[in-house]
Write a protein that binds this ligand. Structure first.
Ligand SMILES: [Zn+2]
Length: 173
């Protein structure tokens, strides 16, 4: 079943999400973050997929995962291609290492979940918040409600976490 909605004033259509994505977004719409856990090796995976990327087992169960982590990398957008985002620049696209399963199965790996930097109520963050965030910033998950049944997992600065003394940002920003 297609989802049609409006996001930032633009029309949005999600055509026929598959089984894994339907379940993933059903949890997100309840502001709950769940990932698939492989029944064979037990590892979580992101994004939702049909088979385990490590052992190819098809069966999985959904497991609630804590939405906390640290910024692994980011992109700061100053020139929005999509007109709906022009009034929102600069905005951040964050790639976040979840604390859960970090360093598994090798020390270089993590569950890396993408999302925008937002305010705690799920709106795109203003420039003064954008400037505070870089690689290493501790963040927590929030949700942006787009339409009934569709909420996007996003990130905000974790006010309760101990933040690093400094975070890495591109020098020209
Ligand atoms: Zn597996």
């Amino acid at each position: 079943m297609a989802i049609r909605a409006e996001y930032l004033g633009m029309g949005l259509t999600v055509d026929d999400p598959d089984v894994e994505n339907l379940e993933y977004f059903r949890h997100c719409s309840e502001h709950d973050f769940h990932l698939q856990a492989c029944v064979q090796c037990g590892r979580l995976r992101y994004p939702p997929t049909t088979a385990c990327p490590w052992c190819a087992t098809l069966e999985s169960t959904w497991k609630k995962v804590e939405g906390k982590g640290a910024v692994h990398s980011y992109s700061e957008v100053h020139h929005a291609i999509q007109p709906a985002f022009r009034g929102k620049t600069p905005y951040l696209i964050l790639l976040v290492d979840l604390d859960t399963q970090k360093g598994e199965p090798t020390s270089d790996e993590a569950l890396r979940v993408i999302g925008n930097l937002c305010t705690p109520d799920g709106q795109l963050a203003p420039p003064e918040l954008v400037r505070q965030v870089g690689i290493g910033t501790r963040v927590r998950m929030v949700f942006s409600d787009v339409a009934p049944g569709l909420s996007l997992p996003q990130w905000t600065i974790d006010e309760t976490a101990a933040q690093p003394a400094s975070v890495w940002r591109y020098p020209q920003e």
